[in-house]
Design a protein around this ligand. Structure first.
Ligand code: NAD
Length: 493
C-alpha cells in the first residue's frame, strides 16, 4: 500500500488556535532516510511557550474541564475518531519524519496507539473519583471520610522522537482523561507527529481553548519552561536519563511533581535449559526501528558453555535481517533519527571494539545505502559485563552477547546496571524463568516471549530508568491529587 502524500499541519496549537511561531520562524524537518528536507515546522519561542502555559492554566482554573468527566470522555472519543480519519496521514508522517519502518506502524507507531485513546476515554468516565472510606472512631464518635481524587492541574509534557505519535498520545490522552490540561513540547526531530494532532484537536473536537496546547520548537530549552514555571503542576517527561536529571533539577525550586520515563539497557536472559534455536535468533529484534526503543533487550545473557552456539545462531539471524528504506514493508529497521545519533551509535561501536569485545556482524555504516543515517545491524560477542557497550544505552541496532556462569550470575549481571526498565527470560520451565524474573529489578519482564505491552499495563522503570508509571490505572493516577474530606458518619450524600 502506497503512503499518503505528506500534508501535515505545520502550526502550533495555543489557546485553541492553530498559530505560527510568534516571530514567524520555522525550522526544517529532515527525512532521516533520504536526508532531504520534507518541509518545515513552527519554531515556537519562549513567549509562545509562556502563552501556552497561561492558556492551560486558565482552562484548568476557569472551565469545568476537570470536573466534567463525561464531557472529557466525549472529547477523547472525538480525538479518537479524528485520528482514525487522519490515520493514513499520521502513518505517512511517522514513516517520513521518524524513519519508522512502515511494517511497524500497525503495532508500534500508529494503529495500536490510536486505539489506546479509547482506553482513556472509557477510564475518564468510569474512574471512581470519590469513594467512601470505612468509618472510624475519633474520641468515641464515628467519623465518615470521603476519599477524593482530583486532577493535578497543568501538565507539562515533553516527548522524544523515537515513537513520536505513540508517546504524544501516551502523554496527552491520560492527562486529559484525568481532568488535567496540558502543554506538549515534542522533540525537534519529529514535530509533525505532534502538530498534526494539534490540527485534529482544533478541528475535530469540542475541547475548550487551552485544554491542549502543542508547541513545537527547534530549541530543546523551550521545553525547560515547563519544568521551571510555577503554573505547571506536573512535568510528564519521556526521554534520556540525562535530560530527566536536568528536569528534576529545574523542577526542584517549585517542588512540582515529576513523572519520568527514561532510558534502558534491558537484559534478555537465556537459561541453560532453553531451546536456543527457538529463542536466540529473536535477538535480531534488537535492531527493530534501528534499536531506537527504550525497552529493547540490548544485552543477551547466555550460559558460558553455550555462548558460541548462541552466537552462531545470532550471526545467521543478523546476516539475514532486512533493513533500509522504511517505506519498504520488508524492512523492520530504518535509519537512526539524525546524523548526530548515527555518529553517536558508531562511536559506541568503536568503543566496543577498543574495549575488546568481538564484533562479529556489522559494525559500521552500510556502504550500499548512500543516503540516510543508517547503521549496520551489529552483533558483539564475548562482551565484558562492565564494558561501556554493556553498561550504557546505545539506542542503536547493537546487541551485546554476555556469557554468564549460572542463574545467580545471570541475575547479578542483569541487575548490575544503572537502568531497570524491562527484560526477558527464556527457559524450558516457566516456573524457573519466573523465579529468575522475580529477581530482576525492572518495571516489566517477558517470560518465553510473552508480551506485556497494553494500555492497561503500568509501564516504567526502576533505578535511573524513571520515576512513576505510564499507562494503566496507575498511569492515570499519576495525574491525580488525593484529598480526604471528613464528614459526619451519618452523612449519606
Ligand atoms: P532527550 O532527553 O534528548 O530529549 C527528549 C525531549 O526532551 C525532547 O523533546 C527534547 O527537546 C527535550 N529536552 C531536551 N533538553 C531539555 C531540557 N533541558 N528541558 C526540557 N526539555 C528538554 O531524549 P531523546 O534523545 O529525544 O530520546 C531518546 C531517549 O528517550 C532514550 O534515552 C530512550 O530510552 C528514552 N525513551 C524512554 C521511553 C520510556 O518510556 N522509558 C520511551 C521512549 C524513549
Amino acid at each position: 500500500m502506497a503512503l499518503e502524500a505528506l500534508a501535515p499541519c505545520t502550526q502550533n496549537l495555543i489557546d485553541g488556535a492553530l498559530v505560527d511561531a510568534g516571530n514567524g520562524n520555522t525550522f526544517d524537518n529532515v527525512s532521516p532516510s533520504t536526508e532531504e528536507v520534507l518541509g518545515h515546522a513552527p519554531d515556537g519561542t519562549k513567549d509562545d511557550m509562556l502563552n501556552a502555559v497561561a492558556a492551560a492554566r486558565r482552562a484548568f482554573d476557569e472551565t469545568d474541564w476537570s470536573e466534567n468527566h463525561d464531557f472529557r470522555s466525549k472529547c477523547l472519543r472525538q480525538l479518537y475518531e479524528g485520528m482514525i480519519e487522519e490515520k493514513e496521514q499520521l502513518r505517512s508522517i511517522v514513516v517520513h519524519e521518524a524513519g519508522a519502518p512502515v511494517s511497524l506502524t500497525g503495532f508500534m507507531h500508529v494503529d495500536n496507539p490510536i486505539e489506546m485513546v479509547t482506553y482513556w476515554a472509557d477510564l475518564a468516565a468510569s474512574y471512581p473519583y470519590e469513594t467512601r472510606m470505612k468509618d472510624v472512631d475519633f474520641m468515641d464518635t464515628p467519623q465518615g471520610r470521603i476519599l477524593r481524587r482530583e486532577a493535578m492541574g497543568v501538565v507539562g509534557a515533553i516527548t522524544p522522537w523515537n515513537v513520536p505519535l505513540y508517546l504524544n498520545i501516551a502523554k496527552i490522552a491520560p492527562s486529559l482523561a484525568s481532568g488535567c490540561t496540558v502543554v506538549l513540547k515534542p522533540a525537534p526531530d519529529t514535530p509533525w507527529s505532534a502538530t498534526h494532532i494539534a490540527k485534529i484537536i482544533a478541528e475535530k473536537t469540542d475541547m475548550p481553548p487551552g485544554v491542549v496546547n502543542i508547541v513545537a520548537s527547534a530549541d530543546h530549552l523551550t521545553g525547560e519552561i515547563l519544568s521551571t514555571d510555577p503554573r505547571v503542576d506536573l512535568v510528564s517527561f519521556t526521554g534520556s536519563t540525562a535530560t530527566g536529571r536536568r528536569i528534576a533539577e529545574c523542577a526542584a525550586p517549585t517542588l512540582k511533581k515529576i513523572f519520568l520515563e527514561l532510558g534502558g539497557k534491558s537484559a534478555n536472559i537465556i537459561l541453560d535449559d532453553a531451546v536456543l534455536e527457538a529463542v536466540v535468533p529473536m535477538g535480531a529484534m534488537t535492531c527493530v526501528h534501528g534499536g531506537q526503543g527504550c525497552a529493547i533487550t540490548t544485552r543477551m545473557l547466555v550460559p558460558r558453555a553455550r555462548h558460541d552456539e548462541a552466537v552462531e545462531l545470532l550471526k545467521a539471524a543478523f546476516s539475514g535481517w532486512g533493513y533500509g528504506d522504511p517505506t519498504n514493508p520488508a524492512n523492520m529497521q530504518g535509519p537512526q533519527i539524525s546524523k548526530r545519533q548515527q555518529e553517536r551509535v558508531l562511536a559506541y561501536i568503536e568503543k566496543g571494539k577498543e574495549e575488546g569485545a568481538d564484533c562479529v556482524v556489522g559494525g559500521g555504516r552500510p556502504a550500499q545505502l548512500e543516503k540516510g543515517f543508517f547503521v549496520e545491524p551489529t552483533l558483539f560477542a564475548n562482551v565484558d559485563p562492565q564494558a561501556t557497550i554493556a553498561q550504557e544505552e546505545i539506542f542503536g541496532p547493537v546487541l551485546c552477547v554476555i556469557p554468564y556462569e549460572d542463574d545467580d550470575d545471570a541475575v547479578r549481571i542483569a541487575n548490575d546496571n544503572e537502568y531497570g526498565l524491562s527484560g526477558a527470560v527464556s527457559s524450558a520451565s516457566v516456573d524457573r524463568a519466573l523465579d529468575v524474573a522475580r529477581c530482576i529489578r525492572t518495571g516489566t519482564l517477558s517470560v518465553n516471549g510473552s508480551q506485556w505491552f497494553h494500555p492497561d499495563t503500568p509501564f516504567g522503570g526502576y533505578k535511573q530508568s524513571g520515576i512513576g508509571r505510564e499507562n494503566g490505572v496507575m498511569g492515570f493516577e499519576e495525574h491525580l491529587e488525593t484529598k480526604v474530606i471528613a464528614v459526619p458518619a451519618d452523612y449519606r450524600g
